[in-house]
Design a protein around this ligand. Structure first.
Ligand code: NAD
Length: 255
């Protein structure tokens, strides 16, 4: 399938590792021009040649302003914003959580998306195929005990996405959210380990419990998420907007 993304101007946040990296590499493989940022400068330096990058903390409006200056100079405009950056935040009961950890989680998972979208929108208005894709999570549609800051931020991403989709519909700008479930990789392993420890069970037991609530008992891969995100950004996704799209093996509950 030709996604017609040759020459598309794409900005992906947090592209040094994990899902963001898979998205960056997938857009580049389709012939798109890609710029990304991350806190992990060593990770950025191992990206394939041709992908523009800089260090930026997307929760900082100063960093995001500098990111957009560099990205726009590299890309010469903007067709696609992928708000991918996110952190797991603390694991624990609400009354035990350090309030600074709450703030940080909401700033990185939710406020960063506003920080980037507000600077992207004037440029997307000039694009012939404009879109924004925001990373939410299965934790953006279910209650998620012991992860209240993360769940609150990821539910917030859905509200932000659906509201922005209405605001930007007249300009033909699509705005969608992707809700990954259990994604293969280090991050998910760390999250399950923290929950296992909190509950005093083994990692294997925690993993078994997590998959007991999914129909497809397998991890989602970053590549699958990249495939979905590229489709939404392609002209083939022209009329898909305001959607919260789950890629999660049919998760029905979170443990
Ligand atoms: P990851 O931890 O593998 O990678 C995240 C990247 O973000 C890292 O390179 C990190 O350095 C960077 N980063 C962190 N804070 C940043 C900041 N303030 N500014 C810029 N960069 C920053 O995570 P991932 O699994 O690839 O997750 C990507 C997105 O997908 C996140 O929004 C996450 O919440 C969401 N998600 C992941 C899973 C999962 O199981 N991995 C599930 C649901 C949703």
């Amino acid at each position: 399938m030709d996604l017609q993304l040759q020459g598309a101007k794409v900005l992906v946040t947090a592209g040094a590792n994990g899902i963001g990296r898979a998205v960056v590499e997938a857009f580049a493989a389709e012939g798109a021009r890609v710029f990304t940022c991350d806190l992990d400068e060593a990770g950025l330096s191992t990206l394939p040649p041709g992908i523009g990058h800089c260090r930026a903390d997307v929760s900082s409006r100063t960093d995001v302003a500098a990111l957009f200056d560099q990205a726009l100079a590299h890309l010469g405009g903007l067709d696609v914003l992928v708000n991918n950056a996110g952190i797991a935040g603390p694991t624990g009961r609400a009354e035990e959580i350090n309030p600074e950890d709450w703030d940080r989680c909401v700033e990185v998972c939710l406020t960063s998306q506003f920080n980037c979208a507000r600077l992207a929108i004037p440029h997307l208005r000039r694009s012939k195929n404009p879109s924004i894709t925001n990373l939410s999570s299965a934790a953006g549609k279910f209650g998620f005990a012991l992860r209240t800051p993360y769940a609150a931020a990821k539910w917030g991403v859905i509200g932000f996405t659906k509201s922005l989709a209405i605001e930007l519909g007249d300009a033909g700008i699509r705005v969608n959210a992707i809700l990954p479930g259990l994604v293969a990789g280090d991050r998910q392993r760390r999250v399950l380990e923290a929950k296992a420890q909190q509950r005093g069970v083994s990692f294997a037991e925690m993993e078994r419990l997590a998959f007991s609530f999914t129909s497809i008992k397998d991890y989602v891969t970053p590549q699958q998420l990249a495939d979905q995100i590229l489709f939404l950004a392609s002209p083939r996704g022209r009329t898909i907007s305001g959607q919260a799209i789950s890629v999660d093996g049919d998760t029905r509950m979170l443990s």
